[in-house]
Design a protein around this ligand. Structure first.
Ligand code: 13P
Ligand code: SF4
Length: 310
């Protein structure tokens, strides 16, 4: 505890001294969310990255998020506490293979989920996040067939929602893919008054049971507005921190997952690479820094800008 308090003190001091802002995703550990200047979902964090006067952005999240912040702020220093914080969706989508996929489907519009590398973004007509994906698909003229990647679960959900025929890349999120249907059904038996809320990265057999499907910020809003008192939450467990603060009198149950080596809970190992110590060290040493080739960054900016302008 003493060490934790010391680290928080040092991080606060360095942030002030270097005019740095700490942005954190809802999936970060509670102590990191607590010291962040701003906590949000992917879209909110991208927006926040564009309207800060800070000289340095420290991104407590995963690499594609920090990379997006850099694309939006080429003149700012963007630091990521652990450069190995990847994402299984980004990992599933390698540029050469995605280029081939696009070539196999000529004349298609290409929509990519923001959970991908900058190079994939350069191949896209428009980018989306889970909170604006439906709107993004609907913004495309109906005469165009659409390629959607890298998340096939979000893609399936969008195809159902919009009635559009989407050609899907075969990627998925290791966290959302691991929710176990039988265990969720057993939970319902124990708690018949609970409502299932799920992130659209979850597979359709989970989403079919959900009262609400939406992004992390959408889920937070839903539990606040809903008259229900009990929720089974199918997304990364980090969200429960903010959620419980928002609805202190409601009961939140994390949706159970297939057991893995470390736990039977839905933790994103990439998100959890961030620690207070790594935040302190990266602020102190100004490394690891996210750097991008200028022309790549300019090309990747266009489909993100299109999304932001919607
Ligand atoms: P949000 O867009 O809801 O923040 O989701 C990001 C993410 O990585 C979900 O796994
Ligand atoms: Fe990627 Fe899934 Fe982790 Fe989100 S929860 S960062 S989609 S691996």
């Amino acid at each position: 505890e003493l060490r934790k308090n010391k680290l928080i003190e040092q991080i606060t001091h360095l942030k002030k001294k270097k005019n740095a802002i700490l942005l954190a995703h809802y999936y970060q550990a509670p102590e990191i969310q607590e010291i962040a200047d701003f906590v949000g979902d992917s879209l909110e964090l991208s927006k926040k990255a564009t309207d800060t006067n800070a000289d340095i952005i420290v991104f407590a999240g995963v690499y594609f998020m920090a990379e997006t912040a850099k694309i939006l702020n080429p003149d700012k220093m963007v630091l990521i506490p652990d450069a190995d914080a990847s994402c299984s969706l980004a990992e599933s989508c390698k540029p050469d293979e995605f280029r081939e996929f696009i070539n196999e489907h000529p004349n298609h519009k290409v929509v990519t989920y923001i959970n991908c590398d900058a190079t994939i973004k350069t191949m896209s007509d428009i980018v989306c996040t889970s909170s604006n994906a439906e709107k993004v698909i609907e913004s495309l003229p109906e005469e165009y067939p659409v390629i959607f990647g890298p998340d096939k679960n979000l893609g399936n959900y969008l195809a159902k929602k919009t009635g559009r025929n989407l050609v899907l890349w075969n990627g998925s999120c290791i966290v959302h893919e691991a929710f176990e249907l039988d265990k969720i059904i057993n939970l319902f038996k124990e708690h018949p008054d609970a409502r299932l809320i799920a992130h659209p990265e979850s597979p359709s057999h989970i989403l079919d049971l959900a009262t609400y499907t939406g992004s992390t910020s959408g889920m937070l809003n839903f539990v606040k507005e809903s008259s229900s008192k009990k929720f089974i939450v199918a997304t990364e467990v980090g969200i429960l921190h903010k959620m419980q603060q928002l609805v202190p009198n409601k009961i939140l149950i994390p949706a159970p997952s297939i057991e893995n080596n470390t736990c039977a809970c839905s933790e994103c190992a990439y998100m959890k690479l961030t620690t207070l110590e790594k935040i302190f060290l990266c602020l102190l040493n100004e490394t690891p820094e996210v750097t991008l080739n200028k022309s790549l960054a300019e090309k990747a900016f266009k489909p993100i800008e299109k999304m932001m302008n919607l």
